[in-house]
Each structure stands twice: as structure tokens, then as C-alpha cells.
Write a protein that binds this ligand. Structure first.
Ligand code: ADP
Ligand code: MG
Length: 698
């Protein structure tokens, strides 16, 4: 292997490794593995323990481990599924092995008296612990020894057609190369805070193959200094990438849209309320950005109901009055429809042309609209992801507003960004989110964006009263709802099912609507779910808004943005299965007017500890930022404010729940590198970010 022209071995293609031909190398690119360094930094996401044989009495559910015992009984049972059940015994206890697929030979050899060694995940069964489809071998006089592994077994992120043993082998080869080819270390010890001071190579070796002479429990990511060393470097790489992107943006040109106080006044005077001071402040910040020739990159955070739509309207107005076009992108058709109504109402009197482009338009209509857009006949276009399809062109797009940004993927936002002006102008971007992001996180995730916060709700809003109620009190609840409906309250009833198909969710909602309608014969019950046609959805929403429907049974399609100020009671089913941010979003559909509102969280017991904590927080506070901070605290909630859904940032090893305390040091170190070791920047970014991420902007 040569090290020509300053390129290190680590930049060489994977075909340099034994057993990797062009075909396999091509396959490996699916895992974003291109160079030798990539394989070195392809880090395991968990481990297996094949270092010892545990006695059955010491098995704990959830662990993956090797154990052995003598088969005591073996039989086929015909339950819901035909299965082969073996029970093994090692004098310390009994373990059930369960096979759903088995051959005749298997059945014949797995007979009482045979001694078995098996590896698998331990689960709690009806009568004893179980393993389902364990790997197993027979222990015989000829084969008594257990060849224990010397380290814990890494399990790497993989994809179809690439086996763990292949990845393990490649990593081993790469680690071996380290003996002769040093790896550039861009973070010398003196730059590392004491908590992190570990040698890079030591950490890498350890994280790939943790030595067996420690307890498996010590692999716990929170406590592991080797993991922390790598996570620190990864976070720095991401931070640097963002700072670099920010620099690139600063070099781009945008249409300057001067402030227009007359138009702004005209808009605000047409409203039935006056702007809150928080709205005025952020409007001012945005106005200044838009007047400049550098593309704005601004994140607008404001809790649900804080009035972000209107802020967006002022920004859009400024750009249109300056002679340009604007686009508003929303995650759902319902929201597109709702916004189109509001904006038409605000803008039509001012002679501004508003149109929608959604996935459901007929071909002819769609063609007409895209043509109008390209010719500049449409000033503001509102739409779902249909907006960034290839056939949508603008004449002079100056501003993109993205509502509910956590619902969009990175690529989608990038695609819109490239639809600027004919001279390559970059549109200004206003990214709105109701999903509150704690400050430390915002600094990491959105460091390349300027940030505005609406930290005030419009006056007259009353806190939403939240009640947690077991499913068993459903009948009492329905009685209460009957009274509320009679008193003129409008009600949402949200059906949720997690991890089930959308079809099933819709079915459940349909059934619930039927049941509720017959229990509430005097009231109009409506149904809204994702499988309905757009015009059906629209009709339902319009009827609900006008009060024609009093109780709306809906799936989580209403989660984002839906605004019916008169609705003041919400029931959320299966609340124990939802995450905090989703509960907060859903609950935010009520409490939008000046009536006092309530939210009933229906749950099915028994509750896990985490579920209990979540529901308690929902009962205690309406403050989205507090809820987000709590969310961060509850470990294992795993749904950090949309970080996961968006894939904004997928880390290999860093975990913001565990590593949040490193972020200050990450920022300081990144800045230090920028100032003192600019040569380190690109190599660090290349080492840690996927190729696609390097160029893509949030
Ligand atoms: P979100 O920030 O969740 O997107 P919206 O923009 O949908 O909130 O606003 C929620 C409701 O509050 C809307 O009915 C809107 O007309 C109303 N609203 C917005 N600003 C004000 C204000 N300053 N005073 C009173 N009501 C307001
Ligand atoms: Mg909104």
C-alpha cells in the first residue's frame, strides 16, 4: 500500500482489504463505507456476551448470553402456532427453548438426555425463562470445551446482505493496520477536557472489541470513557460541519426585500387582535434579515398556539411587496388547506395571489398552477412535499417558510432551497417549530441558524387543565362529554395506536366514531383520518370549524398545526404509549381560544415507570420548554423532540441524552480548532459525517 501525495492509507478504498472485491465494495457503500478509515469508524451499536457460560439461575430477561443444560423434555405443541418446545436443566434452573421453524432432524436430535449449549436472548415466558430460536450446539464427550470469546462481540449497524462476521473481519483487518499506519489525531491530549482524556486509538480498539475482563454491565454507555472520547470527537465534527455550512451561506446571495411598513400596518389593522410583544420582537428580527442580501437562515421557535403563522405572514408579505414570490411548506394536506384559508383571507384584500399545490391536484390543475408559478402569476404558494418536486419552478422565489419543521427530512428542505432565482439567488429561509428545543440542544442541532423565540402566548389564553384517567372510567367520561356537548363545547377525541399500520389506526377511529355517535345521539360526531380523500377531510374540517360537527374523532393527523379555537376539550386514547412531545403537540389543539380548556389522557394500565412520569409531567405543566427539558431527563424516552424522526443528526456513537454535558466543551474546542488548526476541520468532518451529510443543509 503506498502513501502517495500526502494521502494516507486511511483514504484508500476498501478493496485494499483482504476479501473485498469491487462488488463487495459497492455493497458496502450502502452503509456509507468507502475508505479504510470509514470501516475503522463504523462503530458497534451494541454488544453480545459470548465470553462465558452463565448458569440458568443467573439469567436475566433481556440479556443475550450463552448457557447450557440437559434436555429434560421435548415436544411439539399446537397452539396459535405449531412450535417445538424443549426444556433444559442445569441443576440451577429450567429454561424453555422455543422453535417455530424446525426440521424433522432437528426435532429428532433435540431429545431428552442430550446436552445443549445455546446462545440467545433471554425472555420472560409464562412459566420459566425462554429463548426463542437460540443458536445451539451439542456438548458431547468429543466436544466438551467452550471456546469463549476474548472480548465482547460487537454488533455493527448493517444492512441486508452484509453479515456481522464480514464486518467484524473487516474491522479486525483495519485495526491491525493501525499497528503500522498511524491515524491522524486532530485532538491532541491538551485540547481534551480531563473527562475525555483518552488516546484515540485505545478508545477505538476498545469500543470495537471491549475486553472480556470487565463486567458486561460496565459497557453502559453513560459510564464508559472510551465511548465518551469518541462521542466528543463526533460532536466536534458535527459542530465544525455546521460552522462551515454557515460560512458557505454567508457567501451566497439573496433577494433583498426592503421593509414595508404600510403593508405591515394594513395587515395588522385587518386583524381582530393586536400582536403580542414577543411577536413584534421576532417580526422585527425577521424584517431586518429579509432586507439584507444574505440569505436569512432563521429558526422560529414558539410553543403551540403562540401565533407563529402570523409572524410568517408578515415575512411573506414583505417579500411579496418587494416584488418576489414566497413558498410555505407544511407537512400535511389539512394544514395546507387551513393555511390557504387564513392567508387568502389576509392577503386577498391586498391583491396578493395565493395558491395551493398539493399531491392530490388533478394533472391539468397542477400543470396550470406550476405554469402560473413559473410565470410569476402566483405570489404565495402553499403546499406539502409536492412543492419540491422537480416540475415546480419559481420565477423569483425570495422566501421559503417551513412550518412544523420537525416533520421534514433534510433532503426535502434542501430541494426547496435550490429553487431560488434565475441568477442562483438563495431564498431566505424561515424554519418554524413548535417542538421546543432546549438551549443546549439547539446550539448543537441548529448552530448554523439564527434563532428567534416567541416566549409569550396571546393574552386571554387559559391554562389547559389536564386529567389522567384509566380506560376503565370511559363510561363516566362519556357522560361528562355529553354534558359538555350540551353546554356547547366542541370536543376532539384522538385515537392513537403506536407502531401499528395507518390502516388499523383509521379502522379504530371509524369504530370509535360509531360507538361515540350511538352513545351521544343528540350530537353530531365527525371522523377525520389520513385515509380520507382531501376534499372529504376539508369538508369535515370546515364543518367542525363552523360548529356543525360537535365532536371530532380523529387520528393523529390533527397533531400538527390544526387550529379550531372554539374546541376546548380533548380526549387522547392510549396516552401512556405516546411520547411527551407528541402529547404536548396534540394537547396544543385545544386552549387556542379564550375558553378554559381541558385535556383527558386516557390510559390502559399497568403503567411503566416512564409512562407514569410522562403523564405526571403533562398534568403538572403546559409549558413546552419545561416539557422538553423533562423529556431530556427521562432516560429511555428515546424521542428527543423530533431529533430522531427527522434524522437531522444521526450520530454513530454520541447520544445527546448522555452527552449533553459535553456540549460546552464541544463548542469551545471546535472554535479553538477553527482558530488554531484549520487543517483539522475537513478531515474531522470527513471522518465522522456521512458523505451525504457533508453537503446537505438542515
Ligand atoms: P402556532 O404558533 O401554534 O402556529 P397559530 O399561528 O396557529 O399558532 O395561532 C393560534 C391562534 O392564535 C390562531 O387562532 C391565531 O389567529 C391566534 N393569534 C395569533 N396571534 C394572536 C394575538 N397576538 N392575539 C390573539 N390571538 C392571536
Ligand atoms: Mg402552527
Amino acid at each position: 500500500m503506498s502513501e502517495a501525495q500526502g494521502l494516507s492509507v486511511w483514504d484508500a478504498p476498501l478493496t485494499q482489504l483482504k476479501g473485498v472485491g469491487p462488488k463487495l465494495a459497492e455493497k458496502l457503500t450502502r452503509l456509507n463505507l468507502f475508505t479504510l478509515q470509514d470501516i475503522l469508524f463504523h462503530l458497534p451499536h451494541r454488544y453480545q456476551d459470548r465470553t462465558r457460560i452463565a448458569s440458568i439461575a443467573n439469567l436475566t430477561p433481556g440479556s443475550e448470553i450463552t448457557t447450557e443444560g440437559v434436555i429434560q423434555s421435548s415436544r411439539i405443541v399446537f397452539g396459535r402456532r405449531r412450535s417445538l418446545i424443549c426444556q433444559i436443566n442445569d441443576h440451577s434452573g429450567l429454561l424453555t427453548l422455543r422453535f417455530f421453524h424446525f426440521s424433522r432432524t432437528q426435532k429428532d436430535t433435540l431429545k431428552p438426555g442430550a446436552k445443549l449449549r445455546c446462545f440467545g436472548e433471554v425472555r420472560r415466558g409464562a412459566t420459566s425463562l425462554e429463548m426463542i430460536h437460540p443458536e445451539y450446539t451439542f456438548v458431547s464427550r468429543e466436544n466438551p470445551h467452550y471456546e469463549a470469546e476474548q472480548s465482547y462481540t460487537p454488533i455493527f449497524p448493517s444492512t441486508q446482505g452484509i453479515s456481522q462476521s464480514l464486518l467484524r473481519n473487516l474491522v479486525q483487518q483495519a485495526l491491525k493496520l493501525l499497528e503500522h499506519h498511524p491515524l491522524s489525531n486532530w485532538l491532541p491530549m491538551k485540547l481534551l477536557p480531563p473527562l475525555i482524556s483518552r488516546d484515540l486509538v485505545t478508545s477505538l480498539k476498545w469500543i470495537h472489541f471491549p475486553p472480556a475482563d470487565m463486567l458486561f454491565e460496565q459497557l453502559d454507555p453513560g459510564k464508559n470513557p472510551n465511548r465518551r472520547r469518541l462521542a466528543f470527537e463526533e460532536l466536534i465534527a458535527h459542530r465544525l460541519a455546521m460552522l462551515e455550512r454557515q460560512k458557505t451561506y454567508r457567501r451566497e446571495a439573496a433577494f433583498a426585500c426592503p421593509k414595508n411598513n404600510t403593508a405591515l400596518k394594513q395587515l395588522t389593522q385587518s386583524l381582530s387582535f393586536s400582536l403580542t410583544s414577543a411577536q413584534q420582537r421576532v417580526i422585527h428580527e425577521i424584517n431586518n434579515d429579509l432586507a439584507g442580501t444574505q440569505p436569512m437562515q432563521r429558526l422560529l421557535q414558539g410553543d403551540v398556539g403562540s401565533g407563529k403563522t402570523l409572524v410568517a405572514a408578515t415575512a411573506i408579505l414583505q417579500c411579496i411587496k418587494a416584488g418576489y414570490q414566497a413558498a410555505l411548506m407544511v407537512p400535511t394536506e389539512i394544514l395546507a388547506e387551513q393555511h390557504t384559508q387564513s392567508f387568502t383571507q389576509w392577503f386577498e384584500p391586498m391583491g396578493i395571489k395565493v395558491a395551493t399545490i398539493s399531491g392530490q391536484l388533478r394533472m391539468r390543475e397542477r400543470n396550470q398552477r406550476t405554469q402560473d408559478l413559473q410565470e410569476g402569476q402566483i405570489d404565495l404558494v402553499i403546499g406539502t412535499h409536492a412543492l419540491f418536486q422537480a416540475d415546480v419552478h419559481f420565477k423569483k422565489l425570495a422566501l421559503i417558510v417551513i412550518d412544523e419543521q420537525h416533520r421534514f427530512g433534510v433532503d426535502q428542505r434542501l430541494a426547496l432551497r435550490q429553487k431560488g432565482g434565475p441568477l442562483g439567488q438563495t431564498p431566505h429561509q424561515l424554519i418554524m417549530t413548535a417542538t421546543p428545543i432546549p438551549r443546549t440542544l439547539a446550539m448543537t442541532l441548529y448552530a448554523d441558524l439564527d434563532c428567534s423565540v416567541i416566549d409569550e402566548l396571546p393574552p386571554g389564553r387559559q391554562a389547559i387543565k389536564t386529567v389522567v384517567m384509566p380506560e376503565s372510567r370511559r363510561d363516566a367520561l362519556i357522560t361528562r362529554i355529553r354534558e359538555a356537548l350540551t353546554a356547547g363545547t366542541q370536543v376532539y377525541w384522538v385515537c392513537t395506536l403506536i407502531d401499528e399500520s395507518e390502516a388499523l389506526q383509521c379502522q379504530t377511529a371509524e369504530k370509535t366514531a360509531e360507538v361515540l355517535q350511538s352513545a351521544l345521539p343528540g350530537s353530531a360526531v365527525g371522523l377525520l383520518h389520513g385515509r380520507m380523500k382531501p376534499d372529504e377531510k376539508e369538508t369535515i374540517m370546515t364543518r367542525y370549524k363552523s360548529g356543525d360537527i360537535q365532536l371530532l374523532v380523529a387520528t393523529t393527523v390533527i397533531e400538527v398545526g390544526v387550529n379550531v379555537p372554539n374546541a376546548s376539550l380533548m380526549v387522547i386514547e392510549n396516552a401512556e404509549r405516546l411520547g411527551l412531545s407528541q402529547l404536548h403537540q396534540l394537547r396544543g389543539r385545544v386552549g387556542r381560544g379564550n375558553k378554559s380548556s381541558s385535556c383527558v389522557l386516557l390510559y390502559q394500565g399497568p403503567l411503566t415507570q416512564t409512562a407514569k412520569e410522562r403523564l405526571a409531567i403533562m398534568r403538572e405543566t403546559n409549558d413546552g420548554f419545561k416539557i422538553a427539558e423533562k423529556d431530556l431527563e427521562i432516560r429511555g424516552s428515546g424521542e428527543l423532540m423530533g431529533v430522531k424522526q427527522t434524522g437531522v443528526m444521526q450520530f454513530r456513537i454520541a447520544d445527546l441524552r448522555i452527552d449533553a454535558h459535553l456540549l460546552d466543551a464541544v463548542q469551545a474546542t471546535a472554535t479553538h480548532l477553527q482558530e488554531n488548526s484549520p487543517d483539522a476541520i475537513q478531515p474531522l468532518i470527513r471522518r465522522w459525517l456521512k458523505q451525504t451529510e457533508v453537503y446537505v443543509h438542515v
